[in-house]
Design a binder for this molecule. Structure first.
Ligand SMILES: *Cc1c(COP(=O)(O)O)cnc(C)c1O
Length: 477
C-alpha cells in the first residue's frame, strides 16, 4: 500500500524533532562549557531554547527537509555561542533613518538630545521626586516638572505666569481629546469646514470631537471661512471655538481663513474660549532653514488663545507627549477630569521633556538633534555622500551622488522641502524593491526610499557618526 506523501513528510519531521539534542545535552556540550561559567547557567539556557526553537521553525517550514541536513549538536552549540555574544535580540532597535523624512512617525519622530537621555537615565535608575515636594514634604503634581520651563520657553512674562498653567499627556491627540471632553461635553464646538482634518494614524477631528462628547458645529466651506461665519454660529450652547492647524496639507488658490488674532478678538467679544490644536510645537521660526510660514507655539500664546495643544516629538524636538498650555482656570478644570489619570505620562517623559526645554532656555534649542538635522548645510551632506560613494568597491553596485529634497514629515510643514543629497544605489542583479529590503534587514537596519528604480540613501537624517556604518552596509550588498 502506497504511503501518502504528506504523511511521509510528517513522519520525517517528527523524526527530526525527536533527534534534536535536549537542553541538557547542549549544556554539557564542550563548546558551551566556558559560557556557563562566564555568562551564567540561565543566560545559556535562554539562548539554547531560542536556538532550538529556530531549528524547529526551520524544520516546520521545510527549510530543513531531510535528516541529512539536520544540524549536529556541535553546530547548534556554536550558534548558541554566537547568540549569547550578540546579546538579547530585542524587537525595538535603533535603525538608520536614510529616508530624508526628518520627523518620521514610523521611525519614532524626533531623536532626543544627549542631555535628555542622560536625564532620563539619571531619573529612571533610582527613585525620584515625581510627585513629592521636597521643600514641604507633601505630595505634589507631576506637572510641576514641566510647567515652569514650558511657560518660560513660550516667552510668558514673569508677571503673567500666574495666569497660565500646563499639563502633559501622552500625545497631542490625547491633549485635544481631553480639552474637548473637559470643556465641551454635550455642548457645541465651532470649527471651520477647512479644518476638519485627518492628522494620520486614525486621528480625525470630527471623530475625536464626537468621542469626546462634544457636538460639532461646522462653519464656512472647505476653502473659505470668515470670522463672521464663526460669529453667526455662536449660541448659548457654544462651549469653544476650535482652531486646528492645517499641519499636513495646504490649500492653495481661492482660499481664506481668519487669522488667529481675528479669532482671538471674536472669542473675546463672544465670551467663548478659543482652543487651538497647534500640533507642531514649533518654538522658533524655521523660515531661514526653508520651512516657510510655519507658525510657532509662542505666537499662539502671544496672539491670545485661551488654550493650546501641541506634540512633544514634532518640531519641539522632544519625547512623545502632548502639551496643554492655557489659562489657569481652564487647565484647573482639565486637571479635575478623571481621564487625565488615564492619559498622564511617566517620569521618563518628564525627564526627557524637561531636559529638551532646558536646551531652549540656554541655547535656543540649537543643540537639539532635530535642529542640527534641519540646519545641516546641503554642501556638507554632499561631501559625506561623496565619501561614502568613494569607499564602495563592490562590483555589484552602481552608487552615485544625487541632489534630493528632504521633508519634515510627521504631518507637519507639508510643502517644506530641504535641499539635500543622497547616495543613489542600483544593484547589478537586484531590483530597487529587493535592494531596499536588503538594506532594511541589514545590521544596523538602513531605511531608505526608492525613486526612479534606484534606492536613495538621504544623509540629511543620518547622524555623521553613522556614515561609516552606512558605507559598510552598502559595501556588503
Ligand atoms: C500631529 C498633530 C496631532 C497629533 O499629534 P500626536 O502627538 O501625534 O498625537 C494633532 N493635531 C495636529 C494639528 C497635529 O499636527
Amino acid at each position: 500500500m502506497a504511503v501518502d506523501p504528506m504523511e511521509r513528510t510528517e513522519q520525517a519531521r517528527e523524526l527530526m524533532y525527536s533527534r534534536l539534542p535536549s537542553v541538557n545535552e547542549l549544556l554539557r556540550a564542550p563548546e558551551l562549557r566556558g559560557d556557563v561559567d562566564a555568562y551564567g547557567h540561565d543566560r545559556v539556557v535562554v539562548a539554547i531554547r531560542e536556538q532550538l526553537q529556530g531549528v524547529r521553525r526551520q524544520i516546520a517550514s521545510g527549510e530543513i527537509a531531510s535528516e541529512g541536513l539536520q544540524p549536529a549538536i556541535g553546530s547548534i552549540a556554536q550558534h548558541v555561542r554566537e547568540l549569547i555574544r550578540r546579546g538579547p535580540e530585542y524587537s525595538l532597535k535603533p535603525v538608520i533613518n536614510a529616508t530624508g523624512v526628518v520627523l518620521h512617525t514610523n521611525l519614532g519622530r524626533a531623536p532626543l538630545s544627549e542631555a535628555a537621555l542622560a536625564h532620563v537615565v539619571e531619573v529612571a535608575r533610582d527613585y525620584c521626586n515625581l510627585e513629592l515636594d521636597l521643600e514641604s514634604g507633601e505630595r505634589s503634581k507631576r506637572d510641576v516638572h514641566a510647567e515652569r520651563l514650558v511657560l518660560r520657553v513660550l516667552g510668558i512674562a514673569e508677571e503673567e505666569i500666574g495666569r497660565w498653567s500646563v499639563t502633559v499627556v501622552n500625545n497631542c491627540a490625547a491633549a485635544t481629546f481631553l480639552a474637548l471632553n473637559t470643556l465641551a461635553e454635550r455642548r457645541e464646538v465651532v470649527v471651520s469646514r477647512g479644518e476638519l482634518v485627518e492628522i494620520g494614524g486614525g486621528f480625525r477631528i470630527p471623530e475625536i470631537l464626537e468621542k469626546s462628547g462634544a457636538i460639532l458645529r461646522e462653519v464656512g466651506t472647505t476653502n473659505r471661512t470668515r470670522a463672521a461665519d464663526y460669529e453667526l454660529a455662536v449660541t448659548e450652547q457654544t462651549a469653544l471655538l476650535l482652531r486646528v492647524h492645517q499641519s499636513n496639507f495646504s490649500i492653495e488658490g481661492f482660499a481664506e481663513r481668519p487669522s488667529l488674532a481675528e479669532l482671538v478678538e471674536l472669542a473675546k467679544t463672544m465670551g467663548v474660549p478659543l482652543f487651538e490644536d497647534q500640533g507642531t510645537g514649533l518654538i522658533e521660526r524655521l523660515d531661514e532653514l526653508g520651512v516657510a510660514g510655519e507658525p510657532t507655539l509662542p505666537e499662539s500664546i502671544a496672539a491670545g488663545v485661551d488654550l493650546v495643544a501641541a506634540s512633544g516629538d514634532k518640531l519641539l524636538g522632544g519625547p512623545q507627549c502632548g502639551l496643554l498650555v492655557g489659562r489657569a482656570d481652564l487647565i484647573a478644570r482639565i486637571r479635575k477630569n478623571p481621564l487625565l489619570r488615564a492619559f498622564r505620562v511617566d517620569k521618563l517623559t518628564y525627564a526627557a521633556l524637561e531636559a529638551t526645554l532646558f536646551e531652549y532656555v540656554v541655547g535656543g534649542g540649537e543643540s537639539l538633534p532635530l535642529m542640527k538635522i534641519l540646519s545641516a548645510p546641503a554642501d556638507e551632506i554632499e561631501k559625506r555622500c561623496c565619501a561614502i560613494v568613494e569607499s564602495i568597491h563592490s562590483a555589484n553596485l552602481i552608487a552615485v551622488v544625487v541632489p534630493v529634497e528632504s521633508m519634515i514629515g510627521g504631518g507637519t510643514a507639508p510643502s517644506a522641502r530641504l535641499k539635500s543629497y543622497a547616495v543613489s544605489v542600483r544593484h547589478a542583479e537586484l531590483g530597487a524593491g529587493d535592494l531596499q529590503k536588503k538594506l532594511r534587514c541589514s545590521d544596523p537596519p538602513v531605511i531608505a526610499r526608492i525613486a526612479e528604480e534606484a534606492v536613495l540613501v538621504d544623509l540629511r537624517t543620518v547622524p555623521v557618526e553613522m556614515d561609516e556604518a552606512v558605507a559598510r552596509v552598502l559595501e556588503r550588498l
